[in-house]
Design a protein around this ligand. Structure first.
Ligand code: ACM
Length: 532
């Protein structure tokens, strides 16, 4: 009875809708689409390009388009990556070749591009990306991708036209360090999950992946000389689940995949605090010789390596040596935050002994900004994770270190900690630094953020994502998107392009792309998303 009642009136409505669609020309059998969508304006890209000069005829990708590359393996690799992105939705063959003219051309040339900049020129005959480095070409590919309809991200053939607006984009980053951190300790994420995030980061020209590899709740990287760190220390996580760790081959695979997306991996071993997983694995690392149990809660500040013991430095040397050997990147992050169970004197003496170990194995130290309360090594970077309006003395200490030559990475927790809840209704995340909606996350200027720090000390911006409440890729994505895009723009785009009103429109255009990619994101009411 109820079923009949509800279906009877619905059928004519469906028919009427179909007739309307047919009348509008959108419902045609086997024919080309009736209406051509206007190409995306050249400036509707995140991060905002440094300069855009629109004009001229759009380029249209067709079945005849080739991806034309310089005859070098690396440029060919980027061409193959681009063709791989475009083939499923276009259904076109898109051969990658170093012959012919027109089409999509990827080309290295000397010029004023910087280490990561590029130029994109689009006209009737083709699109040319030019850069001084492969990284620049790769970033240009991400711009090209965003200039195509969002449907290009789908993995089945889509019926639309694939146009790129005419004109020129000339682009280069504001900061060399544009990072995202993933906490794989509080909850473990697999290689495949990390690689999925890497692909999402690459779309926004993020070039540093900081992996928080150890904490109280889990040690996530195999160390041959101290095998229980991973086998025992990695055997659980927040909430008591199975945890996990990366074998050295797993880790090499992450590094390789990141490099293929032009990201450098920054491994972090957090010391001397946040070390319960290590202390639980090896009793000799504790001052009293008694191993604590594994920990699956979410408190901080209760653990410390034993600073006076020599074995602590044997341990640090082994771990840093093995990790440095796995790391082609420049940096090794030694944590140093929330060492509440380490006296100040011990903290300073620990950092004085450990920083030279990092240098001995050829890496540059990064530490959380508490490192500025010790003696940051020459060339070390400090990662600021404080809040806007508080901690004046701590901010002054960080600014003083910056004046003394310590470079800064900005990760203010009440701006770009991606694990902060958006609103009180956000199911995931934490709120110790406050609620952080999309506008608040975007609307600040890294260049003017820390009073007294010289502009030249600011090396970039990083958006950390702590995983106490996150267990799935969908959780990572819900907290990262859309705020990650804003953090990436703060790192890449010139200050002159900054503006919430224009940004929210560009950001809204990313929504359909995330839908097409299967990215689960927060549809903030602050952003005018197109209807789904
Ligand atoms: C931190 O959030 N403890 C760096």
């Amino acid at each position: 009875m109820r079923r009949n009642h509800s279906t009877t009136p619905r059928t004519p409505r469906v028919l009427a809708a179909l007739l309307l669609l047919a009348a509008a020309g959108a419902f045609t059998l086997g024919a080309a689409p009736a209406a051509e969508a206007a190409p995306t304006p050249l400036n509707r890209v995140v991060p905002a390009p440094a300069s855009v000069t629109p004009g001229g005829t759009p380029y249209r990708i067709t079945r005849a388009t080739a991806v034309r590359v310089d005859a070098s393996a690396e440029v060919r690799g980027i061409g193959a990556y681009l063709a791989g992105l475009l083939r499923p939705a276009t259904g076109y063959p898109l051969p990658v070749t170093d012959r012919g003219t027109g089409g999509i051309r990827l080309h290295l040339a000397s010029g004023d591009f910087g280490a990561e900049g590029y130029r994109l020129q689009s006209g009737a005959r083709g699109v040319t990306l030019t850069a001084r480095t492969p990284a620049g070409l790769f970033h240009g590919v991400q711009t090209l991708r965003q200039l195509l309809p969002a449907a290009v991200e789908k993995r089945t053939v889509q019926r639309t036209t694939w146009q790129i607006a005419g004109g020129t984009v000339q682009d280069r980053p504001r900061y060399a360090y544009r990072g995202a951190m993933l906490d794989v300790s509080r909850h473990f994420f697999t290689v495949a999950q990390v690689e999925r995030y890497i692909d999402q980061l690459a779309l926004y020209k993020v070039n540093e992946l900081h992996l928080h590899l150890s904490d109280d709740q889990g040690w996530r990287i195999a160390v041959d000389s101290w095998p229980r760190l991973a086998s025992y220390g990695g055997s659980t996580q927040v909430g008591g689940g199975r945890g996990g760790f990366y074998t050295k081959d797993d880790y090499r695979e992450i590094v390789r995949y990141a490099a293929s997306r032009y990201l450098e991996v920054v491994p972090e071993i957090d010391m001397p605090g946040h070390t319960n997983a290590a202390l639980a694995s090896y009793a000799q690392l504790t001052c009293d010789g008694v191993a604590p149990p594994l920990y699956t809660g979410t408190q901080v500040g209760f653990s410390s390596l034993c600073v006076p013991k020599q074995v602590t430095y044997d341990f640090v040397d082994d771990v840093v040596r093995e990790l440095a050997a796995l790391t082609p990147g420049r940096y090794l992050h030694i944590g140093g935050d929330e060492a509440h169970s380490t006296s100040h004197t011990d903290y300073v003496s620990f950092m004085d002994r450990v920083q030279p170990v990092v240098a001995r194995y050829g890496k540059t130290v990064i530490g959380w900004h508490q490192l500025t309360g010790a003696h940051p090594a020459r060339g070390a970077l400090a990662q600021y994770w404080g809040l806007d309006g508080t901690n004046a003395a701590e901010k002054a200490q960080v600014a003083q270190a910056a004046r003394n030559g310590t470079g800064l990475i900005l990760s203010p927790a009440d701006r770009i900690y991606l694990d902060m809840k958006y609103t009180s209704g956000t199911r995931l995340g934490t709120k110790w630094a406050g609620l952080v909606e999309v506008r608040r996350s975007y609307d600040w200027n890294p260049g003017a953020y820390l009073a007294g720090a010289p502009a030249s000390a600011i090396r970039g911006v990083e958006a950390p994502l702590w995983s106490e409440t996150l267990t799935r890729s969908a959780d990572i994505e819900y907290m990262a998107f859309p705020r990650l895009a804003g953090a990436a723009e703060l790192g890449w785009s010139p200050a002159a392009t900054h503006g919430w009103n224009a940004y929210r429109v560009r950001l809204a255009a990313q929504g359909p792309r995330w839908d097409a990619l299967g990215i689960h994101y927060y549809r903030s009411p602050q952003v005018p998303w197109p209807a789904r």
